[in-house]
Unconditional design. Structure first.
Length: 259
């Protein structure tokens, strides 16, 4: 296989793996890369320009299996990421912004604009567009489109890569570091600590590959109660929500179509 196609496919699958790791686990078949064939994740990361020691991946696998055996992963996922601010560990990008509530609404509108440009429609229902899993799934889709373009329409490869780079620079690449830090301070569940650290390293390497340098957020901002109330009202009015399935399982024509 062409190395460029292999790399795009590996990046796409890696983004999807991280997205699935940070949403509430299904009752079965959650993260088969860790339960059935853990070496696959290492291969994807290596093909995506991030070499991770086998011992570290084994630590990730063991922490996942231990949490599953204890039955604590699902409960901890809800505790950490189950509401607007979680347990001090919000899964939403704009919660890490120092901007005023109106500027945060503009940031959400910008994210929604990226989604709509690639055929993903937002609505007043579903998950907020700035949820970390939504952003990861969007990059999964763009990398998938890049792989398709490399095989069928080479002129669109640059378009896909430029969109990925801009989205990392303006959004996801800015906050995975502080997100991982807050998770590490908030939970004793080793799996979530390890997977968010690995995510941040992957995103940083991918940004370098795409030739961008995101301005990383250094610390989560203090929030006032009235700001939370204002944001709930504005988010509800903005319509900036998207169904998970629109990104994670787009129809074949959309996945393979031109950006």
């Amino acid at each position: 296989m062409d190395p460029a196609i292999e790399r795009a496919n590996a990046r796409s699958r890696t983004y999807l793996f991280f997205a699935q790791a940070l949403v509430h686990p299904a009752e079965s078949a959650w993260l088969p890369e860790l339960t059935e064939s853990p070496e696959v994740l290492g291969q994807w990361l290596a093909s995506s320009h991030l070499v991770v020691a086998a011992s570290r991946l084994e630590t990730l696998r063991r922490s996942f299996l231990a949490g599953e055996e204890r039955g604590t992963l699902r409960e901890e996922c809800v505790r950490l990421f189950g509401n607007l601010r979680g347990a001090g560990c919000s899964p939403y990008e704009t919660e890490f912004s120092n901007a005023h509530v109106f500027q945060r609404a503009q940031q959400m509108a910008d994210i929604a604009g990226f989604y709509r440009a690639f055929g993903i429609q937002t609505s007043a229902e579903g998950e907020r567009v700035d949820h970390i899993a939504m952003e990861l799934e969007f990059l999964h889709l763009l990398a998938c489109k890049e792989a398709y373009a490399a095989q069928n329409d080479p002129g669109q490869v640059e378009v896909c890569q430029e969109a990925q780079g801009k989205f990392l620079a303006d959004h996801l690449g800015r906050w995975t570091g502080i997100f991982a830090e807050v998770v590490a301070r908030t939970t004793t569940e080793e799996f979530y600590v390890e997977v968010t650290r690995l995510l941040d390293e992957f995103v940083a390497q991918d940004a370098t590959f795409l030739g961008v340098q995101p301005e990383r957020i250094a610390a989560p901002p203090p929030r006032r109660r009235e700001e939370d109330e204002d944001e709930r009202a504005m988010c509800g009015a903005s319509g900036d929500f998207v169904e998970v399935s629109q990104i994670a399982s787009p129809d074949p024509d959309r996945r393979g179509g031109k950006p």
